[in-house]
Design a protein around this ligand. Structure first.
Ligand code: ADE
Length: 228
């Protein structure tokens, strides 16, 4: 992979990466600022796309079509859903899907996929990178990541999503990144660290843990660059 695209939703999710980037140039396209340069020797374009799937989809397509990336990593935080997933843990995407689009629609209409599989090589590299991230004092899980257009902080919605999709965590961009990567035949992986449990206490937990968990995911991305 010549150049890797790295997308966070919020600035806090790419702060650590930008701090370590050997910046060559910045490009602004469709309101997104792309920071182009070398991250631990690897050519990258790093950007924050804003919250939500439309932003993430648009940004992913620009990375592919205009900036010529050959792989995409989505980094950031998420709400934990699986019973084994604790706050500060890391989840790597075995696959991603939209939790707010009916499975029947996904299957019957373009691109005819109920979910989008993370790239095996990027997953392996992410798992190795986690093992090399001694600062992260928590567990790493490989599993499904689901995305939708809402912050999940309601026990009933959480239960419904778990029943329908058996995911490890929920966020608001990863499935759009995976969806657009898939239709362009570009490998991707989503790496998220858990800021909250997507329940009634989610907002409080999110505020307390967003920085450390955003840094957990970014640390893994940095260690991936050393392996790739
Ligand atoms: N990102 C972090 N926590 C989340 C939650 N509970 N729901 C959606 N996106 C999130």
């Amino acid at each position: 992979m010549e150049r890797i695209g790295i997308i966070g939703a919020m600035d806090i999710e790419i702060e650590l990466l930008l701090g370590n980037l050997e910046l060559k140039k910045k490009e602004k396209i469709a309101g997104f600022v792309f920071h182009i340069g070398k991250l631990f020797g690897k050519d990258v374009a790093i950007t924050s796309c804003g919250v939500g799937k439309v932003n993430a989809a648009s940004c992913t397509q620009i990375l592919i079509s205009k900036l010529g990336v050959q792989g995409i990593i989505n980094t950031g935080i998420a709400g934990g859903l699986h019973k084994d997933v604790e706050v500060c843990d890391v989840v790597i995407s075995r696959d991603v899907t939209h939790h707010d689009v009916r499975k029947r629609q996904m299957k019957n209409w373009f691109p005819h996929q109920e979910y989008f599989e993370g790239d095996r090589k990027l997953i392996d590299v992410a798992e190795k990178a986690f093992k090399n991230s001694q600062d992260i004092n928590s567990s790493c899980h490989l599993g499904r990541i689901v995305s939708g257009e809402c912050f999940v902080d309601d026990a009933q919605l959480k239960e419904q999503i778990m029943k329908d999709y058996s995911p490890h965590c929920v966020e608001m961009e990863g499935s759009a990144v995976g969806h657009v990567a898939y239709i362009n035949d570009v490998p991707f992986v989503v790496i998220r660290s858990i800021s909250d449990k997507a329940d009634g206490e989610a907002t409080m937990s999110y505020e307390k843990f967003e920085k450390i968990t955003a840094q957990n995911a970014a640390t893994i991305v940095m260690n991936m660059m050393k392996i790739l």
